[in-house]
Design a protein around this ligand. Structure first.
Ligand SMILES: Cc1ncc(COP(=O)(O)O)c(C=O)c1O
Length: 385
């Protein structure tokens, strides 16, 4: 007996390994500063929790429609209309237990075995694993720090062939926190393959504004969820907006694999969209303060950032003054300073030599973490040129 190759070949999510090593130190009584995990430190807003409790009390605990509660799908459409001026119909929305299962559905219906999907290098670590799990092929397109780690459409064009069915975009992005310009989004929308736009960090933008792919084309699949913007990671709620021609097949797959998303989480999600505006605005202001603080201190630590991130809650800093092995460096920092960061290589070979900081932690903790790193790096010294 052995696990199937398509499962066994998946890469581990390295940030989870770093987190577990950090937790081991904590269990031994050490005080670890967590700057590795991409999870809001704030609690889910009260109005969302109350809606969930109400749903439980009122017995709204049964299976829902397989596409999701109509009320929630209508609210999602209203949100897209208000934020981006686009028209989405509730019958194009498939609610899922997180953005992650929505991603599985999107790639599952888009790809025949061997079909390609373009992702940036670096990109969110799980994209390639999802693509390969449904027997697709990942085509990485290198993006550079001078360019804010964003695609140059002409570099994608060079890679295209008839087997490439989709291009993934993520603006603002994990791990870089940067956004695609309107001009580049327009150029990507004009490419032959469908665009899969992961909009999970929408709403967490501190300068300028994010654009939905649906403002540029309707030949697109939108992934979005409640984990980040509403501090609802553990509730497991997300959705997919798909072109009409795909919805019935997505629905069939979803009915078979998942039946529906959790009913209580869905009622909570409805309250998030309708009632949590003030709490979200407060969280956004807090993240922005931390972002500015982190960016002001990193150069002093010998960690450079060429294009300042303006969204999500990440900074991908160049650590090449110290290392060309980001995984070893992350473990070294954890061991010597008890500060946990994510190795860049988790996000693709294009981020080797970089480390990702998450500022989903209090400003006091960020300050303490940076103080520790500053003291250690001053003693450790840089690598020889
Ligand atoms: C870019 C990106 N997409 C999707 C996800 C998964 O989110 P969810 O909790 O909705 O499954 C994450 C989580 O870190 C992410 O960073």
């Amino acid at each position: 007996m052995r696990p199937a190759r398509h499962a066994a070949k998946l890469k581990p999510f390295l940030v989870m390994d770093v987190l577990e090593a950090a937790q081991k130190l904590e269990a031994a009584g050490e005080h670890v500063i967590h700057l590795e995990i991409g999870e809001p430190d704030c609690d889910t807003p009260e109005c969302i929790k109350e809606a969930a409790v109400r749903a439980i009390r009122e017995g709204k605990t049964h299976y829902t429609h397989s596409l999701g509660l109509l009320e929630l799908r209508e609210a999602i459409c209203e949100d897209y209309a208000t934020r981006y001026g686009v028209t989405v119909s509730p019958d194009q929305v498939i609610v899922a237990s997180g953005t992650s299962p929505a991603m599985l559905l999107a790639f599952g219906v888009l790809l025949e075995p061997g079909d390609g999907v373009v992702i940036s290098d670096p990109a969110y670590a799980c994209y390639a694993n999802f693509i390969e799990f449904v027997h697709g092929r990942t085509v990485r397109v290198r993006v550079t720090e001078d360019d804010g780690f964003q695609y140059r459409p002409e570099m994608i064009r060079e890679k295209l062939d008839e087997r490439i069915k989709a291009v993934v975009i993520n603006s603002p992005a994990n791990p870089t926190g940067t956004l695609l310009s309107d001009k580049r989004m327009q150029a990507l929308a004009e490419l032959e393959p469908a665009i899969v736009s992961d909009e999970i960090y929408h709403g967490l933008v501190y300068e300028g504004r994010e654009r939905s792919i649906l403002e540029f084309t309707d030949r697109a699949f939108v992934l979005n969820g409640f984990s980040k913007l509403y501090a609802m990671t553990g509730w497991r709620l997300g959705y997919l907006i798909a072109p009409r021609a795909f919805v019935r097949d997505i629905q069939k797959v979803s009915q078979n694999l998942f039946i529906c998303a959790g009913s209580v989480a869905q009622w909570a999600g409805l309250a998030a969209l309708k009632e949590a505006g003030a709490e979200v605005a407060a969280m956004r202001r807090t993240y922005d303060q931390r972002r500015r603080y982190l960016l002001s201190r990193l150069p002093g630590l010998g960690l450079s950032v060429k294009v300042a991130p303006t969204g999500a809650f990440y900074v991908l800093a160049n650590a090449s003054a110290y290392t060309d092995d980001s995984l070893a460096f992350a473990y070294e920092l954890l061991e010597k300073t008890h500060v946990a960061v994510t190795p860049g290589v988790d996000f693709g070979p294009g981020a080797e030599g970089f480390i990702r900081f998450s500022y989903a932690n209090s400003i006091e903790n960020i300050a303490e973490g940076l103080d520790r790193l500053e003291r250690y790096l001053a003693i450790r010294g840089r690598r020889e040129a």
